[in-house]
Design a protein around this ligand. Structure first.
Ligand SMILES: Nc1ncnc2c1ncn2[C@@H]1O[C@H](COP(=O)(O)OP(=O)(O)O)[C@@H](O)[C@H]1O
Ligand SMILES: [Mg+2]
Length: 230
């Protein structure tokens, strides 16, 4: 079954005459990696904010797992779809790095030992171990990006949306992120990557959606994606 579907979606920001998005018809499968590309201001971030219910479509319908998105609470959507914001500062709110990674797990009632183990795993993987007691907003840009990604991945959501996740990451950290995303893709979890990083997109995405000026300009299937190679 299609996981996310947009039908004839349009969106206007308040007091704007020109739509930020118009005539959007798109389907996303649960186990597929789709990249969304297009110039700055073409509507990529707006499109994904509609998919998680943070913004509401002005026209058209959005479906999640076959039901209208409006039937779900924001909390229900958040438990299903992990979302990494373009600006990590907007999503970090805990007083330490370790708390940030454990927040969702504690919230879902995992036992403290499991939470501790998972925090350790994600901090190690994203090379943040030395910062576990640091205040998240005092980290460098690249560290904040890694923390935001670690905090979302630690919740093990069934689907992921990452908005420009490679900005602020050096080549080595980009490769680490790529390897991790390939690993969760092999576990059957799909994702949407918004990225201008052509080599990152080429190595991960099975489908590339190209946007321009609030519309879908085209889609390329990339069956040769290296994603499922061992
Ligand atoms: N909060 C906002 N209020 C008004 N207009 C906005 C807001 N956020 C984005 N826009 C406008 O909507 C359009 C699409 O923006 P955005 O979705 O951020 O594009 P992208 O992520 O592709 O760079 C742009 O013209 C932008 O100026
Ligand atoms: Mg954007």
């Amino acid at each position: 079954m299609t996981y996310l579907e947009l039908r004839q979606v349009a969106f206007y920001y308040p007091r704007k005459m020109k739509p930020a998005l118009t005539g959007i018809n798109l389907k996303f499968e649960k186990e597929e990696i789709t990249a969304i590309t297009g110039p700055n201001g073409c509507g990529k971030t707006t499109l994904t904010k509609l998919m998680i219910g943070v913004l509401r479509a002005t026209e058209g319908e959005i479906y999640l797992a076959g039901s209208p998105l409006t039937n779900y609470s924001l909390g229900e959507i958040g438990r299903r779809i992990g979302y990494v914001f373009q600006k990590p500062d907007l999503q970090l709110f805990c007083s330490t790095v370790a708390e940030e990674v454990g927040f969702g797990l504690n919230n879902r009632g995992y036992d403290p030992e499991t939470v501790k183990e998972k925090i350790k795993f994600y901090l190690d993987y994203f090379e943040l171990t030395g910062y576990q007691n640091a205040f998240p907003l005092n980290l460098s840009q690249g560290e904040k990006e890694r923390l935001a990604i670690a905090a979302v991945l630690a919740n093990e959501p069934e689907f992921l949306i990452l908005d420009e996740p490679t900005i602020g990451l050096d080549a080595f950290r980009k490769k680490l992120l790529e390897n991790y995303l390939k690993k969760i893709a092999r576990l059957g979890r799909g994702m949407i990557l918004i990225s201008h990083d052509e080599s990152f997109v080429n190595r991960l995405a099975e489908r590339v959606v190209i946007m321009a000026d609030g519309r879908i300009q085209g889609c390329n299937e990339r069956k040769e994606s290296a994603c499922y190679e061992a």
